[in-house]
Design a protein around this ligand. Sequence first.
Ligand code: SF4
Length: 361
Amino acid sequence: MSLGSKIAPQRAVRPLEASEVMKSVATAYSALMQKFRPRKLAKWKSAGILLTYRCNAACAHCYENSGPTKRAVMPVEHLRELLREFKKLGYTGRDLHFAGGEPFFDYKHLIACFNVAKEEGMLPLGKLETNGFWCKTDKIARERMTEIKDFGIGKLLISCDPFHQEYVPIEAVKTAERIGKEVFGEGVVDVAPRDFFDNPIDMMSLTADEKTEIFRGILDAQPLRMIGRSANVLSHLVEKHPKEEFATARCGKKLLWKRSIHIDPHGNVFPSVCAGIAIGNTMKTPLSKIHDDFDIHEHPMVHTLVERGPLPLMEEAIQAGCADRKEGYASKCHLCYEARTFFWQAGMYRDEVAPEEAYVD
Ligand code: SF4
């Protein structure tokens, strides 16, 4: 037998695409970070303040479960305390954004919040987010935008996509964009995503089945974070996997080392966009103390997510009586959210699993 015949036939090796190389470099880097970075919170440099969970809409993709039935609104005097804490942490108003829910749902409250930001020297504000529903006439849009402009904002971000347009007429968004440009000038008003705004679909005239097909198409093109209402309303539209497939997922990057947070109307501090995971509550502990004194061993659920990912949490939930979903889970965040929803119902991890709005629609 010749040597050649002992060697297995060589398969042609496909060269890796640049995107695949980038992806594997990023994965390796992320694994290194996960292993060696200190279990401390990174220095935060941007924050979203959720002024309310109230909203005119109840979008299917809303990961906070905001909607018309929600009541929570951030007390204005608590916002003042928060802004003072942000100053201690070295923030200016430009590092902050107001969001919701829908900040314009209660316009008087929004103006009261801007007044506090002005008194505390935290203007101009980096960004104000809205779905534009309130731009029912040019007059209302112009009056309110002029008032907001006088306070000072860096960006007015108007959401525009098939989920929002189930509830908000596209004409209102068009009015918001047109009057926004007139009042603020170029470069302040952003409509996102732009391509839907330029080629909108009249979602309000579609049947439920037609809307579902559109949502399915969006989810095929771009995975969404399956937590909150997304998990409950949209997860059946995407491919699922057994929980064991998420065994290697870890969450240090999102929970500790991402440099952004959100604070909800109850004072819950969410790392990055992990709504429903509270690493502290500013109504009990000043924000600067939450940051500086953070000890991961005092946050058992976060500790598990950082060191071992969401799978052990779901295993713990199953042991405590949670049903494993036979159809599987859309993503690691979906798995995490299902475990946390069980914890919420069972009263487990009370300090970390909050608030009710994140778990009850
Ligand atoms: S699995 Fe949970 S903690 Fe990790 S990124 Fe997703 S929502 Fe956040």
